[in-house]
Design a protein around this ligand. Structure first.
Ligand SMILES: Nc1ncnc2c1ncn2[C@@H]1O[C@H](COP(=O)(O)OP(=O)(O)O)[C@@H](O)[C@H]1O
Ligand SMILES: [Mg+2]
Length: 369
């Protein structure tokens, strides 16, 4: 029984908010949530982050500035959570801070997360672990996804095939085979919410499609869907991972120009929603036809997407991860608390079978309190 307190902090490709949790790991296979907070990125910071995801002028200068500004925001978020829970830095074993990804290009061995961990250590006065991905890349891996080891530790069950589906900006699956001798599989299936969000922002000036309602008012355009599915990422075999570099507004616009008739806005949104569902379901079906599908990430709120998944995967029982004791919103932040603990204990954080690295590696750099 361990009562050491860890914090995990995450902001994913959606760039919606910094999510932070305080947890303990009573056993190697359980987690207890003590407190949580989610703080939306301020508009100006978020816009600067989005701008930095694509090549542009004065990149190095903007990168340096944003690394500090994001570090301050992560630090303030962590401090707010500590204050809320009434805990001081000396009572926290470590904070695992994922940072904000601004480039993910595993093909050239590179993935960059910013949000200066020194600033978090300075404000919170506890050890901070950050830069989780690059050791795996150095060992020939994708540097992603890193959550499958956590999913396996917490949710694997002999005799039941389980699949964890994280619907963030990108979507990633972890296949936990009911046969214990089988290795864990996990990879990014492609877009999660990112194209839906991009289209909502572009056409409706809203950050996302609330509950999937706009999509529900549209119809799937079969021709558009077929063209979208021709993107080479979907045919690539694992290990694979992907980011905003690949799935963005231009991908949608270019697909639309190849159609003889442009669908209306809601039909486009409906089709983008279906794209996420089909690309996810194709990957899951390749592992098995039956099992439990455990959903997490903000996409659990998109009811149109959930209905599509249920229709495309009739052999699976769908539930939010809440039903398994892990709130869907906090799964990823919890995973980075778990990865911070793995770092302190000098245990591997990656799964080589997932990332394609040459072996298990202890992930992350440690910043002293
Ligand atoms: N009420 C909602 N209805 C539909 N989608 C939602 C809702 N709330 C959140 N989302 C989606 O979830 C996303 C955030 O999910 P999150 O798991 O934080 O992703 P990431 O890890 O990429 O940051 C939002 O960008 C949005 O697409
Ligand atoms: Mg998020």
């Amino acid at each position: 029984m361990s009562t050491a307190i860890y914090m995990g902090m995450m902001s994913g490709t959606s760039m919606d908010a910094v999510d932070a949790v305080l947890v303990t790991f009573p056993t190697d296979h359980s987690v207890q949530l003590l407190a949580s907070i989610s703080r939306p990125w301020p508009d100006d910071l978020r816009q600067s982050l989005l701008d930095l995801c694509h090549p542009g002028e004065q990149e190095l200068y903007r990168l340096a500035r944003l690394d500090g500004d994001c570090g301050d925001f992560f630090a303030a978020t962590a401090a707010a959570l500590m204050q809320e829970y009434g805990v001081r830095g000396d009572a926290i074993a470590a904070i695992g801070s994922h940072g904000q990804t601004i480039r993910h290009e595993p093909g050239i061995g590179h993935s960059l997360q910013i949000g200066d961990p020194n600033r978090i250590a300075e404000v919170c006065a506890c050890p901070v672990v950050a830069d989780f991905r690059r050791r795996d890349l150095a060992a020939g891996g994708q540097g992603a996804p890193l959550v499958p080891a956590f999913h396996a530790a917490l949710l694997r069950q002999a005799g039941i095939d389980r699949c964890v589906l994280n619907l963030g900006g990108m979507a990633n699956i972890t296949w936990l085979d009911g046969r214990p001798e089988r290795a864990v599989s996990g990879y990014d299936t492609g877009p999660g919410n990112v194209l839906i969000d991009t289209w909502m922002q572009e056409r409706h000036h809203l950050p996302y499609d609330p509950q999937g309602r706009h999509a529900a008012a549209g119809h799937i355009d079969g021709d558009m869907l077929q063209l979208l599915l021709q993107h080479p990422y979907f045919a690539q075999s694992a290990p694979k991972s992907v980011g905003r570099e690949t799935f963005h507004l231009n991908f949608i616009e270019q697909t639309l120009t190849r159609l003889t008739r442009r669908p209306d806005d809601n039909d486009i949104l409906r089709t983008l929603t279906r794209l996420t569902a089909v690309s996810v379901a194709d990957c899951i079906s390749a592992h098995g036809e039956h099992g439990e599908l455990i959903l997490c990430g903000g996409g659990v709120h998109n009811l149109t997407l959930q209905a599509d998944l249920g229709e495309l995967l009739p052999g699976f029982k769908l539930s939010d991860s809440d039903a398994y004791g892990i709130p869907a919103q906090w799964m990823e932040a919890m995973a980075f608390a778990w990865l911070a603990r793995a770092r302190l204990e000098r245990q591997p954080g990656n799964l080589a079978a997932v990332t394609g690295a040459r072996g298990g590696r202890c992930l992350g750099a440690l910043y002293a309190p």
